[in-house]
Structures are given as C-alpha cells and as structure tokens.
Design a protein around this ligand. Sequence first.
Ligand code: ATP
Length: 232
Amino acid sequence: MNRSTPTAVTLHGVSAGYGRTAVLEGVDAAVPAGRATALVGPNGSGKSTLLGVLAGVHAPDSGRVERRHLRRPALVVQRSAVSDALPVTVRETVAMGRWEHLGPWRRPSARDRAVVAGCMERLDITDLADRPLGALSGGQRQRVLLAQGLAQQSDLLLLDEPSTGLDTRAQGAIQRVLEEVAAEGVTVVYATHDPESAARADHRLHLRHGRITAEAEGRSSRRTDAAVERAG
Ligand SMILES: Nc1ncnc2c1ncn2[C@@H]1O[C@H](COP(=O)(O)OP(=O)(O)OP(=O)(O)O)[C@@H](O)[C@H]1O
C-alpha cells in the first residue's frame, strides 16, 4: 500500500483461529481509509476469519490490531448465515442496524426511521419493506443485509461475499453501492471470489493458507499485483 495513504486498520503479526485450528498466521496488513479493499483467496484461506478480526468479533490469538476508524465496524455477513425462519420483515431487519444508536427507551427516533427509509431507498427495496425476510430471493436478501449494514452509519463497512450467487445485474448494483459508499469516505472491505469485483476495488489483499501472499493497489492492475507479490 502507498505509504502516504492513511489507514483505517493495521494488523501487526495477527494470528487467529478456532480453538486448536490455526487459520491466520502472522498477518501484517493495512486497510486504507476511505477506500474499497477486496479480500481474495481460495475457499478456506481465511477471508471470513480476517473480516471477523477487522470487525472486532474474532479476537486474535496473538499480534496487534491498530484501529484508526472512529465508529464500531458494521459487518454484513453472508446471506446463507441468516436463517430463513427468522420472523422479521425487511424493514425490521434494516432497522436492526440502528440498535446501537437507540436511546435509553430503545425506541427509534424520527432520525432512525429516516435513516432506515433512506437505506432501503438506496438499495431499491422500499417496496419490499413489509415482506418477511425469509420470503425473499437471494439477491433481494443480500440487498436487505447491505441496507442493514449501511443503516449502522459506520466508517468501517465489512462484507462477506456480498454478491456471491447473484446474477450480473444484482452483482453490479451491489458493487456500485459499495463504490459510492467508499467515495463518500467510508472504509469498505469485502471478501469476494469474483475477479471482476476484486479488480474494481482500490486495493486488494490476497490470502492463501491464512497468510497475505500479495497486495495490489489501483483498479485492475495485474502488473502491480505481480510487483508486490510477497515471498511465500
Ligand atoms: N467456527 C469454526 N470452527 C472451526 N473452524 C472453522 C470455523 N470457521 C471457519 N473455520 C475454518 O477456518 C478456515 C478458514 O475459514 P474462513 O471461513 O475464514 O475461510 P474463507 O476464506 O472465508 O473461506 P470461503 O471462501 O469458503 O468462505 C477453514 O479451514 C475453516 O474450515
């Protein structure tokens, strides 16, 4: 990463896993502030685990996480991680993004309602507001989860494979929103298996067997990828 770019999160020798299963091993990485970073790597390489560490929901076993973002991170999980049986509507799901902002009576204010409405509008799901989440298609559900993440109004937005399994149009719509949000100054990090989506990020971190094997800056720059390929 360009040394003059401010970072939102820097990982120093971070190792993390699940009990005795080591996943991330000595990861050094810097996430540029106000940019879109793609996490790429094969299944099981540790992308979701890294997102969990960045989100602060997965404690490292060793190493240090240096944070420069100001608000609690918003983590948008894979839609397969959300049960079909949850008895909630689209509006209620998006409104969960406001929980942290609610006052002592836990009642949404006019502002909370306006943020929820604005996020639904932005993801073009206003007409689905009263539908049960479990009755939506994969693409619709993904837009709801992204709207929930945006409703948190965090300055660090983390997403686990936000467009996997969606058609090209739905993928493009989600990608556009992520790029807009980054252009507004939010630090965006998303795991992806889609080379095109990765190429559109401002910055890419390549993971393999729990280690960063390459780092690239700029949109779609194979040359830069090769230039900074790390040993091992
Ligand atoms: N809750 C868990 N308990 C034990 N092992 C886990 C757990 N979650 C993930 N793992 C293991 O950690 C490793 C990394 O998983 P992770 O989900 O971080 O990879 P990933 O790169 O996001 O994979 P994918 O592309 O398939 O989503 C895998 O070997 C996985 O089996």
